[in-house]
Design a protein around this ligand. Structure first.
Ligand code: 13P
Length: 287
């Protein structure tokens, strides 16, 4: 059964480790991530962007697929199904359709409007036992066609949003989605420390997990980050493994064209990557 992300994140923050939020794109992603979490006895958050939700046939399909997999594959570790960067309407729809957690990304609204809309989403989620992530200060890079520039959040605004009763807070600290450019100057730990000071026990979320060096990840966890979002890195290893299979002509040998064979190297590559992240984040055996 899906659970809210609240409890696993409170435990992670207290225990100084982080839960991986792994974005899923299809059945292979969902199955690979769930089985890897189970094998490593780790809680996990499955992230679904609005674009990925549409791609998979709609939120109801995603909920049905994930619930079905958990049941049939005997997944017993805590799993939250979480809307990633949701619009106000998207968050409401996901709550109604069975997601156990939603992010309402109101970071592009003026702060007062972000607060009003976040409050409404919190009220709806609480009634259903679901958790809520809010965001302050847009996180740069490109996601579903939206481009930003590695912004840094205002710690005072973070405090205001945290006090509304969200379960986790994403705050820009120079992180961006996708691959980091060579000119990237790294995470802003001074701002992260200030945000953590002002938000106390609030689990903080680090978006744009792809390509952040391991030592920075560890430092961010030590400063209160309890959820780390990873998407691009799984896509890259999936594409690389699939390309290798085709370049080696394996799809032309025997029944190598069978999707169950063709997609297997990519599937295995996602499993390897998710395991690597769970070890780095410290969530292994924390289920
Ligand atoms: P990456 O694609 O950079 O890993 O970022 C994922 C993310 O933050 C999803 O919200």
């Amino acid at each position: 059964m899906l659970v809210s992300a609240k409890e696993m994140l409170i435990k992670a923050k207290a225990g100084k480790y982080a839960i991986g939020h792994i974005n899923i794109n299809n059945l292979e992603w969902a199955k690979a991530t769930l089985l890897t979490a189970q094998e490593n006895n780790s809680p996990v958050i499955l992230g679904v962007s609005e674009g990925a939700g549409k791609y998979m046939g709609g939120y109801k399909t995603v909920v049905g697929m994930v619930n079905g997999l958990m049941d049939e594959l005997n997944i017993t570790v805590p799993v939250a199904l979480h809307l990633d960067h949701g619009t106000y309407e998207g968050a409401i729809e996901c709550l109604e359709k069975g997601f156990s957690s939603v992010m309402f990304d109101g970071s592009h609204y003026p702060i007062e409007e972000n607060i009003e809309k976040t409050k409404d989403i919190i009220r709806r989620a609480k009634a259903l036992g679901a958790s809520v992530e809010a965001e302050v200060g847009a996180i740069g890079g490109e996601e579903d066609g939206v481009i930003g520039g590695g912004e840094v959040a205002d710690p005072e605004e973070c405090q205001r949003i945290a006090e509304l009763g969200v379960d986790m807070l994403a705050a820009g600290i120079g992180n961006i989605h996708g691959v980091y450019p060579p000119t990237w100057t790294g995470l802003n730990f001074e701002v992260l420390a200030e945000i953590q000071k002002r938000t106390g026990t609030m689990p903080l979320v680090l978006h744009g997990g792809t390509g952040i060096p391991d030592d920075m990840i560890k430092k961010a966890i030590s400063l209160g980050v309890s959820k780390i979002n990873v998407n691009t890195e799984c896509q890259l290893v999936f594409a690389e493994a699939t390309r290798k299979y085709i370049e080696e002509g394996k799809d032309l040998q025997g029944k190598g064209y069978d999707p169950r064979k063709l997609l297997k190297p990519g599937y295995e590559a996602i499993k390897e990557k998710v395991k690597e992240k769970m070890i780095l984040f410290g969530s292994v055996n924390k289920a």
